[in-house]
Design a protein around this ligand. Structure first.
Ligand code: LMR
Length: 397
């Protein structure tokens, strides 16, 4: 039966973890998958999560199903974190949040929703974008295309080209933007640029879809939500896909959310009925545990304050590694100006290394990074930075 099945290609990001684990080199370095590592290379369970786990397990009375969109308290906590407690969207009740298995689950719900309810909509992706975006929407049968985003000449945002392209998009299409900490480039628009993007999409009748997976990893929880909030003007419609893998360190718990913001509360109910239909056929209803942890932390002032400090510590360590990396690349004589690495936001740096150089780093030095040259800066430490920069110097020479 299976003799006609062809082997699928290895996943460009998660496949690297398997290759890294199989490498016997004791000095191997993993800069691949976007997972936080501390100075010792450990991906810790945050102490706030340990405490929330204790409370959730102690209080749990049943393992019966959650509603299709998950716990309403979780949805409310997610909206407050993204939008701020006083936001008009919350006061008017025109947003509805469903708990999804990770940000990937949220994106796939959006894919199926678009295909079933707005079948003529093409989805525009940034060039570049997260390697899994095109595959998720292809699996849902949604047509995609790309808008310019990264300018390799300046290692910055190709803002004029992006805006010019957005101004040509037909009404009824949708654009998937990264709410903060663009993956893979680490380049975000300024607040003024976000305003212009949001205004352009509103004028053209193009639906914004925001992938919001790194809140708190850029500048801070509030600052990182500023761009996204520009799209939430009174009456505006949009979709937000959230992930709490990174900022709560809950990767394997698969905690995410999809928020549909409709023009008013009546439209919201109609839209949510279709979202529920999509979820029912994809995974029926969500797994409870991880979302209960997030909700427990966000609903408790002391625990939320503790979590914010833990998140700030992760962010500060990554930024420190950016500075160290720039210094060490220069010390090891790597040609070129790498100061842009310090300006990038979030977990990733788009290093500018070519596919061939990335391959040599893997084959000759047991250093693993995504083929696009994306580095997970959280994988850099004081202990491995010299070996890393010497290897980069060797493949760039
Ligand atoms: C990444 O980009 O490395 C992360 O979002 C993890 C993943 O699933 O690809």
């Amino acid at each position: 039966m299976f003799e006609t099945v062809q082997a699928a290609p290895v996943d460009p990001i998660l496949g690297l973890t398997d290759a890294y684990k199989a490498d016997p080199d004791p000095n191997k370095i993993n800069l691949g998958v976007g997972v936080y590592q501390d100075a010792n290379g450990v991906t810790p369970v945050l102490p706030s999560v340990v405490e929330a786990t204790r409370r959730v397990v102690a209080a749990e009375k049943t393992k019966s199903y959650l509603p299709i969109p998950g716990s309403p308290q979780y949805g409310a906590a997610v909206q407050r974190l993204m939008l701020g407690a006083e936001h008009e969207v919350i006061a008017s009740g025109r947003g509805s949040t469903s708990h999804t298995p990770g940000g990937t689950g949220a994106l796939r719900v959006v894919g199926d929703f678009l295909k079933q309810n707005l079948p003529a909509a093409k989805l525009w992706l940034t060039d570049p974008t997260w390697a899994n975006h095109p595959a998720i929407f292809a699996a849902a049968g949604v047509a995609t295309d790309s808008v310019p985003y990264f300018d390799s000449a300046t290692n910055g945002l190709a803002f004029d080209a992006l805006l010019a392209k957005l101004r040509t998009l037909p009404a009824g299409d949708a654009v998937l933007l990264h709410g903060c900490c663009h993956n893979p480039s680490g380049i975000d628009p300024t607040v003024e640029q976000w305003q212009q993007i949001a205004q352009t999409l509103a004028e053209r009748g193009v639906l914004p879809v925001l992938d919001f997976a790194y809140q708190g990893f850029g500048i801070g929880l509030e600052e990182d939500a500023q761009g996204l909030r520009e799209f939430c003007q009174t009456g505006a419609e949009l979709i937000i896909c959230s992930s709490f893998s990174k900022n709560f360190g809950l990767y394997r718990e698969r905690v995410g959310a999809v928020t549909f913001i409709a023009a008013d509360a009546d439209r919201r109910d109609v839209v949510q009925s279709q979202v529920n239909r999509v979820i029912r056929t994809l995974y029926s209803n969500p797994p409870a545990h991880g979302a209960a942890l997030v909700q427990t932390i966000l609903d408790d002032d002391a625990l939320a304050t503790q979590w914010q400090a833990e998140l700030a510590e992760m962010r500060t360590r990554i930024n420190g590694m950016r500075t160290l990396l720039v210094k060490k690349l220069a010390e090891h004589g790597v040609p070129g100006d790498y100061s842009f690495i310090e300006k990038q936001l979030g977990m990733f740096s788009f290093s500018g290394l070519t596919k061939q150089q990335v391959e040599r780093l893997k084959q000759e030095h047991s250093i693993y990074m995504v083929g696009s040259g994306r580095i997970n800066v959280a994988g850099v430490s004081a202990a491995n930075v010299d070996r890393l920069c010497a290897a980069i110097a060797a493949v760039c020479g």
